[in-house]
Design a binder for this molecule. Structure first.
Ligand code: SF4
Length: 310
């Protein structure tokens, strides 16, 4: 199968005047610095579930050094349950953490018809933080034109996520963000690991912290230890205004991700500790027991080309 050319190279330079970044509304005025836990008295979680999620985020942040003093973290809010939870947990962490950091929420409208940005903006207004609503309708247009998923049946997710990443990287530079926080959770990591194993010829998941190739951006995934089932319950508990991305591909049962999701779910019914074991395995990799010559200190003549990260 011939590789689909990446259009990321053809993306315009993202800047203040870029049509990709035309805000739907003026940014909210900068809020006052949130009070820290010591100023507010004892910090209380709303529920045991919230505490469990926050503790897992805190553990991941500590173990991988995700948040540092002075960070300006751009939180990507898609309107899904995961990104709403990420924003709230980071707001809580901001009040408790021993380091000072600021948060800036962004929403990227990729141009799929029916995407309800008004609901997302309404929610962000209630959070008292700076935010920006970004129009990047080029993404859906390019995906439709280049991949033509409805005609070819090809999955456009790889190209779509590259384009989105390009927009986010440009935006992070523009607003001076030191980190870009994404709402991927443990199930996303586990599914990606198996998708790459089964379909991409490489063994990798998603790192909790990743610097871009040019070193200008750092992506963090603070919810890498949080299971999706907890986020589903948390979204109900908080009554988030969950918005579907409206992309015609999203959630199709034949998508590789959905196939793997069903596999993990059905195996978990027989083996309830399966996800915990997968997490333990990802933290305990024995590279020497695999066949990658580079992990055995051997020279490789040429690195085999890798498929796109899913
Ligand atoms: S499901 Fe749709 S919006 Fe999500 S990555 Fe794939 S193409 Fe893009």
């Amino acid at each position: 199968m011939s590789a689909i050319p990446s259009p990321i190279l053809r993306l315009p330079i993202v800047g203040q005047n870029s049509p990709l970044l035309a805000p739907l509304s003026p940014p909210a005025p900068p809020p006052a610095r949130p009070l820290r836990a010591t100023e507010l008295g004892a910090f209380r979680y709303e529920s045991k579930l919230e505490k469990r999620i926050a503790q897992k985020v805190g553990a991941c942040a500590r173990e991988f050094g995700l948040i540092e003093d002075g960070d300006r973290i751009m939180v990507c809010v898609s309107g899904g349950k995961d990104s709403y939870a990420l924003l709230d947990v980071l707001l809580q962490l901001q009040r408790k953490a021993p380091v000072e950091f600021s948060l800036f929420a962004v929403n990227v409208d990729q141009g799929w018809p029916g995407y309800d940005t008004a609901a997302i903006e309404g929610h962000l207004r209630t959070r008292g933080i700076e935010y920006r609503m970004v129009r990047a309708h080029e993404i859906a247009a390019i995906v439709e034109r280049v991949v033509r998923p409805e005609e070819t049946g090809a999955t456009p997710c790889s190209m779509c996520s590259r384009l989105r990443r390009g927009v986010l990287y440009g935006l992070a530079q523009e607003i001076g963000a030191t980190k870009i926080a994404l709402g991927h959770h443990f199930d996303d990591l586990a599914e990606t690991l198996l998708m790459n194993l089964f379909f991409s010829g490489s063994l990798r998941a998603m790192p909790p912290k990743l610097a871009s190739d040019d070193g200008k951006n750092v992506v963090i995934r603070p919810m890498a230890y949080v299971e999706e089932s907890d986020l589903i319950k948390y979204a109900e508990e908080r009554q988030y205004p969950v918005v579907r991305c409206s992309c015609p591909t999203c959630g199709l049962p034949e998508q590789q991700r959905q196939v793997i999701k069903r596999l993990i779910s059905s195996m978990s019914e027989e083996h309830p500790g399966l996800r915990a074991q997968m997490l333990a395995a990802m933290k305990n990799v024995r590279g020497g027991h695999l066949l990658d010559k580079r992990l055995h200190g051997m020279k490789v003549d040429a690195i085999e080309p890798e498929s796109d990260q899913v």
